[in-house]
Design a protein around this ligand. Structure first.
Ligand SMILES: Cc1cc2nc3c(=O)[nH]c(=O)nc-3n(C[C@H](O)[C@H](O)[C@H](O)COP(=O)(O)OP(=O)(O)OC[C@H]3O[C@@H](n4cnc5c(N)ncnc54)[C@H](O)[C@@H]3O)c2cc1C
Length: 320
């Protein structure tokens, strides 16, 4: 019977939250849901996917899958689709996920809908929700054939535990010669302290209003006091003030923390689409007409250089 296959990603000994979120979304839609876990030394992680709705986890545990390269993964997914007839294959958005999804679409001559924020069943058909025109509209997108491939935006869903158990099935990957030609020469992992912006309950985001890269320490100190993470606008990331990994917005990450504090951010539509689903938005901006105030729950008009150090001090006092 056709079913859904979800591509699981892991880092070290952890299954990544975005792919678990896609897995639990698939489980909510019902039907036969399986997951594929590919890597080296990953078998012990497989059972954990059961709690998020995987009935079966297919594990390809092979040293040739250690490096996060797409083509060997495409081979294994194509093998699984061929053997089990999955009619839907779902991916969470990531650099690897996007590479694998696009290459699998080419390999299987299948349709891929990307940047989806939701997937629903309408009149017995799967329909994807895809924001367009700078996220000012949401389009319904579908597929004209199977397998249907879909790539979801980061932060589109939260993982939901269902408490189930998965059957773990080990598979022998059959890799094509051409898929093993690329070699990972170097991998760098950026160390960070505190939560990532995808996981943080509190985000303090800095924009051009900070005035200089050094002034990001104001955002960092406030984030530290609140136990949160630091994000940035594209303007400051492009200027080299802060790493790209911290960019929120249309061409950055989508986040939905409990609290989003925007420091010196004008609130352009391309930034808004990445953070508008935050539960509470607080903006500090010296321009009372800044667009960000139109969608903030609390707005403070003033110079952030005066306000933020005092706010950080107050938070520290309260927390101690
Ligand atoms: C195709 C496309 C994709 C894009 N993708 C993204 C994206 O993913 N993410 C993103 O963020 N942007 C994105 N942008 C850019 C976006 O349009 C804006 O240019 C950008 O978000 C502006 O960043 P900013 O708010 O830091 O800077 P600005 O717009 O320059 O705003 C700075 C703000 O700081 C305030 N300010 C200045 N000094 C102080 C002070 N001392 N105290 C308090 N407030 C002060 C000002 O009043 C102003 O409102 C994209 C643009 C395009 C065209």
């Amino acid at each position: 019977m056709p079913g859904t296959l979800v591509f699981l990603e892991h880092h070290g000994d952890e299954l990544l939250k975005p792919s678990l979120a896609v897995l639990s979304k698939a489980a909510q839609l019902g039907g036969d849901v399986s997951a594929a876990l590919l890597g080296s030394g990953v078998e012990s992680l497989a059972a954990g996917a059961g709690a998020y709705g995987a009935g079966t986890v297919y594990v390809a545990d092979d040293p040739r899958l250690e490096a996060p390269l797409p083509q060997p993964r495409v081979d294994v997914l194509a093998q699984l689709v061929g053997e089990h007839g999955f009619d839907t294959v779902l991916f969470a958005s990531s650099i690897l996920g996007a590479d694998v999804a696009a290459a699998l679409a080419a390999r299987l001559d299948a349709g891929l809908n990307w940047q989806l924020t939701d997937l629903v069943e309408q009149d017995g058909q799967l329909v994807g929700k895809q924001p367009a025109l700078s996220d000012s509209v949401v389009c319904d997108v579908g597929w004209t054939s199977t397998p249907r491939l879909a790539l979801f935006r980061a932060g589109a869903f939260d993982p939901a535990e269902t408490g189930g158990e998965a059957r773990v099935e080990r598979i022998e990957p059959q890799l094509e010669d051409f898929s093993t030609q690329a070699e990972m020469v170097e991998q760098a992992h950026e160390e960070q302290s505190g939560p990532s912006i995808e996981d943080a309950d509190v985000i303090v985001a800095g924009g051009r209003g900070l005035g200089s890269p050094e002034a990001f320490s104001l955002a960092e100190e406030l984030a530290k006091a609140l136990g949160g993470a630091v994000a940035a606008t594209r303007a400051v990331v492009d200027a080299g003030w802060y790493p790209y990994a911290a960019q929120v917005g249309q061409t950055g990450k989508t986040v939905s923390p409990k609290l989003y504090v925007a420091l010196g951010i004008s609130g352009a539509i391309q930034h808004k689409v990445g953070m508008q689903s935050s539960q509470v938005i607080v903006a500090i901006n010296k321009d009372p007409n800044a667009p960000i105030f139109e969608y903030s729950d609390l707005g403070v008009v003033g110079d952030l250089h005066q306000i933020v150090p005092k706010l950080t001090e107050l938070v520290r006092e309260r927390r101690s």
